[in-house]
Design a protein around this ligand. Structure first.
Ligand SMILES: Nc1ncnc2c1ncn2[C@@H]1O[C@H](COP(=O)(O)OP(=O)(O)OP(=O)(O)O)[C@@H](O)[C@H]1O
Ligand SMILES: [Mg+2]
Length: 373
């Protein structure tokens, strides 16, 4: 892997550590997030940090530049076949070719046991066994450091630190928009940071990220989004149903919510066993985290590591408990607000890990554990 000569990379240590861990136990990891969140740069840094574990090397494909899915599939498959030993394939920017990329990743992973795939996209690939890591805004201090680093000598260090912090908040702490602001500070030496605070230019830049996410949405997803986009705080499924009296019907409404979560337009939270949603942008219509949260949410994660440890994850335990209560996969999906396919995939992994062949065996196993408690 060649190291490109890029401006300094800031922060994201927890994310890099998490990607390293995930690549150790999962064969497909996808970084999702809005445009400009820093997915591609994070994937590049993470790939660099794990390169020594891949004797076959790291191969990066810029999917966003690919015009023809068939050529992309053929050339990537040829590269993978030509390499010996463990290989890390980075599929960067899969959103527009999510389906062909999913088919490609699936067939390559089946055919090459030493292969790991690290994908980035404004949406996930939707594969069973895919581990999703949402990439959110930078923590406040890293956001200011990025602004200072890209616009050196602009007083961010002392006098204007407060203004810089406010500007970064206003920019949603998104790396790409911060870089644009820094560029403007560099271009005009007389411009004060404060001046950019009320500059509609940045709102426009930030809206672009939302618009790009909406372009990938289905009609149902866009409809639901239009009804909930301005909602403050957190809300439940019943609130969404009330906000959308003219459809879509319940099953499709759930799919629409899952689709919005996948595209980082909606965040899903759990507290006390209840599922709540939150529109993760504030202020200037920009994505941001709730106060006190500086790491990306664990997110909807299609667990089921392809060759992971044979211990149930927390989520699989939850699914097993619900199965023991007699819920079907569809009911489990509704209860946990995950897709039916994800619930099915959890169930497959539970059966495989426990070496069971039926739901009854899972129910009996849960009952035994309950008895032990
Ligand atoms: N942690 C970081 N430190 C320094 N620069 C960063 C960081 N994260 C992102 N950047 C810079 O911000 C810009 C946007 O990042 P990047 O291209 O990775 O976004 P992205 O999420 O892949 O967007 P898109 O969905 O449009 O492809 C790039 O110039 C990148 O180098
Ligand atoms: Mg990118």
């Amino acid at each position: 892997m060649e190291r490109r000569d890029l401006p300094a990379f800031l922060g994201r240590r927890a994310e890099i550590a998490q990607i390293r861990r995930l690549l150790g136990r999962s064969r497909l990891v996808t970084l999702t997030g809005l445009s400009g969140a820093g997915k591609s740069r994070l994937a590049e840094e993470a790939a660099w940090s794990v390169r020594k574990a891949f004797a076959g090397g790291v191969h990066t494909v810029d999917v966003s530049q690919a015009r023809d899915p068939a050529t992309l599939a053929r050339t990537t498959a040829e590269t993978v076949r030509a390499r010996d030993g463990r290989l890390l394939l980075v599929l960067d920017g899969v959103e527009r070719l999510a389906r062909p990329c999913a088919a490609l990743a699936d067939s390559l992973l089946r055919g090459a046991p030493g292969l790991r795939v690290l994908a980035t996209g404004r949406r996930s690939l939707g594969l069973v066994g895919e581990h999703i890591l949402p990439v959110g805004p930078l923590p406040p201090a890293d956001a200011v450091a990025l602004l200072a680093g890209r616009a050196p000598g602009r007083g961010v260090a002392d006098l204007h630190r407060k203004a810089a912090a406010r500007l970064c908040e206003r920019l949603g702490r998104m790396p790409h928009t911060i870089e644009l602001a820094a560029e403007r500070l560099r271009a005009d030496p007389d411009r004060a940071i404060e001046e950019l605070l009320d500059d509609p230019f940045h709102e426009t830049a930030a809206r672009t990220a939302l618009d790009r996410a909406l372009e990938l949405c289905s009609d149902d997803e866009r409809h639901v989004w239009s009804r909930i986009a301005a909602a403050p705080g957190t809300f439940g499924l019943a609130d969404v149903e009330r906000a959308c009296p003219d459809g879509p019907p319940p099953a499709e409404l759930l799919d629409a919510l899952i689709g919005l979560i996948d595209k980082s337009l909606l965040a899903r939270e759990e507290s006390g066993g209840a599922v709540r949603f939150r529109v993760p942008h504030a202020g200037a219509g920009l994505p941001s985290r709730p106060p006190g949260r500086d790491r990306p949410l664990p997110g909807p994660c299609r667990t089921g590591d392809l060759d992971g440890p044979r211990v149930l994850t927390r989520r699989e335990h939850e699914v097993a408990e619900l199965v023991a209560d007699g819920l079907s996969n569809r009911e489990v999906a509704e209860k946990l607000v995950i897709s039916k396919r994800t619930a099915e995939s959890h169930m497959e992994h539970i059966l495989a890990k426990l070496n069971f062949s039926s739901r009854t065996q899972v129910a009996a196993w849960v009952a035994r554990r309950r008895g032990d408690r």
